[in-house]
Design a protein. Structure first.
Length: 132
């Protein structure tokens, strides 16, 4: 039955241990224009758990160049109840946790030291830095 097939797929899903942990990236936004322009930054964190769960969190906005840049202690990670992950052939596959465990999307990934580079199928690259 198709249920057995799903279970087999799930058992065969490997999870690259190098990916497990917390990864962050700083997002920059601007508001206003001319002399009134303000540049804000905030951090997004993605967590890959060893059991194939994932989580995300977003830090508070801060004004770029401020001396009191938050260190991310305020970031609350929320575990995603609907999405899981596994790795195969240098790709991360994000899958539905419930139902048929269908693949939602996938990205190529490369880990180098404390850096994680994700590349989508259009070639857009996103860099994350290991946070723990």
């Amino acid at each position: 039955s198709s249920g057995d097939h799903t279970d087999t797929l799930r058992k065969n899903q490997s999870k690259d241990p190098a990916l497990v942990g917390t990864w962050g990236r700083i997002i920059t936004e601007t508001s206003g224009s001319g002399p009134a322009i303000q540049v804000y930054r905030f951090e997004i964190r993605n967590v890959f758990y060893p059991d194939g769960s994932c989580g995300t969190g977003t830090g508070k906005k801060f004004i770029a160049g401020q001396p009191n840049v938050p260190e991310g202690k305020d970031i609350v990670i929320r575990k995603d109840e609907l999405t899981g992950w596994y790795t195969k052939d240098n790709r991360i596959y994000f899958i539905e946790k419930k139902g048929k465990h269908g693949i939602l999307y996938s990205v190529r990934y490369r880990i180098s030291g404390n850096r994680l580079l994700l590349t989508n199928d259009r070639g857009k690259e996103t860099l994350f830095i290991r946070r723990n």
